[in-house]
Ligand binder design. Sequence first.
Ligand code: ADP
Length: 215
Amino acid sequence: MGTIELTKRQGQILEIVRTEGPITGEQIADQLGLTRATLRPDLAILTMAGFLEARPRVGYFYAGKKNGQIFGEQLRKMLIKEHKAVPIVIAENTSVYDAIVTMFMEDVGTIFVVKDHGILAGVVSRKDLLKVAIGKQDTHEVPVSLTMTRMPNIVTLTGDETVYDGAKKLIDYQIDSIPVVKPLDDSGRTLEVIGRFTKTTIAKIFVELGENKEV
Ligand code: ADP
């Protein structure tokens, strides 16, 4: 598209298609008080230069919108189950000290706390652990269950939700990490942890899209 100079009339056509498209050549001509034949060369130039897209029997689309739309459509097609990472989990009675060690060893900022059979009990983040660490309590004695955010207040994702849903939740709830879960009953409270979705996951997808790889 880059450097071509648009005439005034081509600019008007673009504006009409941008606000009203899809629209036929006939309708554009009507609006400008011109004939279809007069417009034909302009429409051909705009289409060849990539400003407009023409579809038979439908009309002209503004192509400028397209990239954003394609990107959005792609994000909405990518499923959490195809992009989730392995969850790092600990038991409820794990000490804050051991949770901090696990964070360093596993190189994560959030750990999921589980009951028997990997059922989600809570989430413990860096700040949750720092709160205990700067207090008077002994980090060896305090279990993570005392400082974690607990069920049912945990924001979760299922494998069939989309990467867009996941990114939206991270932003809306201002968190870094979301457990990917499989509900084991209809109560919505018995959730088996099967993965994690984090800001790093999104950064990876973004880089892959930037490299035009298949994701
Ligand atoms: P950090 O503590 O490193 O800033 P977050 O911003 O993710 O990490 O955590 C902020 C708070 O939100 C913490 O108290 C944490 O327990 C809680 N939290 C983190 N992830 C979730 C989640 N998926 N659902 C509910 N609460 C969460």
